[in-house]
Write a protein that binds this ligand. Structure first.
Ligand SMILES: N[C@@H](CCC(=O)N[C@@H](CSS)C(=O)NCC(=O)O)C(=O)O
Ligand SMILES: [Fe+2]
Length: 238
């Protein structure tokens, strides 16, 4: 989907293959104002080039949370595209130009509603775009396609994550398109209705969900020791 039918929304889903991260470019075709969600340092130049080729004006570089598996492209994009501002939640404890609580991030005639969705980390948020012809949400690592973010490091808490998903994401209309920060199986997107029916973790009771999450036994992300400290300051390393 390059452009949402019936609106002036420009939309691109971009992929960084080492960390299997999705970066999203959204823009208003009329005003040219654009935002990037969850850019990766390794693909920041690609993203800046696309913004330029499309004739867009990047105003915000936004993170869904302080990532543990890759270094964010926020700092690099700020130097590649002077004037754009970094954005993250205040609860992430990361530095940025704009620190969000609840509220909105506006580009052109579009707004992303900020919904706090802690559980994978304390500072995780989901960005919801409610346009007249399309509903979409960017869930970061809170909700993945048929999965969810792990809860065994940073300030992870499975019961909190369960409440965030059921209270802040599954309360959106069933046809809301959901876009995660990662996928490890080649899946690109899902919907609220699909995940309410088929997510193997979130369709369980809260107690069962907590048990599943506490026994996942995943290996720690390879880059965690350098990624988290760097991402607390826009991905800039010492
Ligand atoms: N192997 C990767 C890390 C994979 C991983 O842990 N992914 C996270 C999201 S990035 S913090 C996750 O929450 N996964 C949930 C799951 O069920 O897989 C690496 O070494 O970087
Ligand atoms: Fe994460």
């Amino acid at each position: 989907m390059a452009t949402a039918a019936g609106t002036s929304l420009v939309f691109r889903q971009l992929f960084e293959k080492e960390s299997s991260t999705y970066t999203y470019l959204l823009a208003d075709k009329d005003t040219k104002e654009a935002v990037l969600i969850d850019p990766v340092v390794d693909t920041a130049e690609r993203d800046a080039k696309l913004v330029s080729e499309l004739g867009l004006k990047l105003i915000y570089v936004i993170n869904t949370h302080c990532h543990a598996d890759h270094i964010t492209g926020t700092g690099k994009l700020k130097s590649l595209v002077p004037g754009c501002k970094s954005v993250i939640s205040r609860a992430s404890t990361a530095k940025a130009d704009v620190l969000l609580e609840e509220g909105q991030v506006t580009f052109g005639k579009f707004s992303l509603e900020v919904r706090t969705t802690p559980g994978h980390t304390n500072g995780c948020v989901t960005y919801v775009l409610m346009d007249e012809s399309i509903r979409m949400a960017f869930t970061g690592d809170t909700l993945l396609v048929r999965g969810c973010g792990r809860t065994d490091f940073q300030e992870g808490n499975p019961a909190t994550l369960y409440d965030s998903v059921w209270g802040k994401i599954f309360t959106l209309p069933d046809d809301t398109l959901l876009f995660p920060a990662h996928d490890y199986k080649g899946q690109t997107m899902t919907t609220v209705g699909e995940e309410k029916r088929h997510n193997p973790r979130l369709t369980q009771s809260k107690d069962k969900f907590v048990e599943i999450m506490n026994t996942l036994g995943l290996a720690y992300p390879k880059q965690i020791d350098r990624a988290v400290p760097a991402n607390l300051k826009c991905g800039l390393q010492d």
